[in-house]
Design a protein around this ligand. Structure first.
Ligand SMILES: CC(C)(COP(=O)(O)OP(=O)(O)OC[C@H]1O[C@@H](n2cnc3c(N)ncnc32)[C@H](O)[C@@H]1OP(=O)(O)O)[C@@H](O)C(=O)NCCC(=O)NCCS
Length: 157
């Protein structure tokens, strides 16, 4: 990739595509919990950033980050299959991290499935450390891995 792709905040019209991508890429084989209405509520929530990348009108990537007091929590991040390993995930996560810094977050946390080696490698590559295993975290019995990245150690200004 030669230039950073345009990341922007999601609009209500993005909710359906985001929900479908979550169903197909993140919640595949699990109960579908991030349906359109939930995504819409996240887009409208002032304590949540929903960011998207669209190319030629098609949704390529999205991420959802919630701000919980001093921490930010990355709820979802996905890049469509045909566009993976092209830098979209990195660009989107960096954009969300920059937003979290501006919001005063001291740390970003997230959880990945233990069997999702590509995602764990991706987050490790971007500076996230694996800090805990949550046994049987997912409804199909797979463990969760808690990851975090510190953005600052000093108190918020
Ligand atoms: C995980 C995911 C978001 C990564 O997005 P991406 O756009 O493909 O990642 P990038 O191209 O920005 O990769 C950045 C770096 O992460 C690492 N990485 C990404 N995907 C990887 C893979 N499949 N295997 C090994 N390393 C990988 C590499 O170091 C890569 O740099 P490189 O391509 O220069 O070697 C994407 O694979 C995805 O959407 N997966 C399905 C949904 C999912 O699992 N989401 C996370 C839920 S916690």
């Amino acid at each position: 990739m030669t230039a950073d792709p345009p990341v922007r905040l999601a609009q209500p019209a993005d909710a359906g595509d985001i929900a479908a991508m979550s169903r197909d890429l993140i919640e595949r084989g699990l109960p579908w919990t991030w349906r359109r209405d939930r995504v819409l509520a996240a887009i409208r929530d002032p304590d949540t950033n929903v960011a998207v990348i669209r190319v030629d009108g098609a949704l390529v990537a999205f991420g959802i980050m919630e701000y919980l007091e001093a921490d930010a929590y990355l709820s979802l991040l996905a890049v469509r299959g045909t566009s993976q390993r092209s830098g979209f995930g990195r660009s989107l996560l960096r954009w969300l991290e920059a937003s979290a810094r501006v919001a005063g977050a001291r740390r970003i946390r997230l959880e990945a499935r233990r069997d999702n080696v590509p995602a764990r490698t991706f987050y490790n590559e971007l500076g996230y450390h694996e800090v805990a295993i949550r046994h049987g975290r997912y409804s199909d019995g797979v463990d969760g891995v808690l990851l975090e990245k510190w953005l600052r150690t000093s108190p918020a200004p």
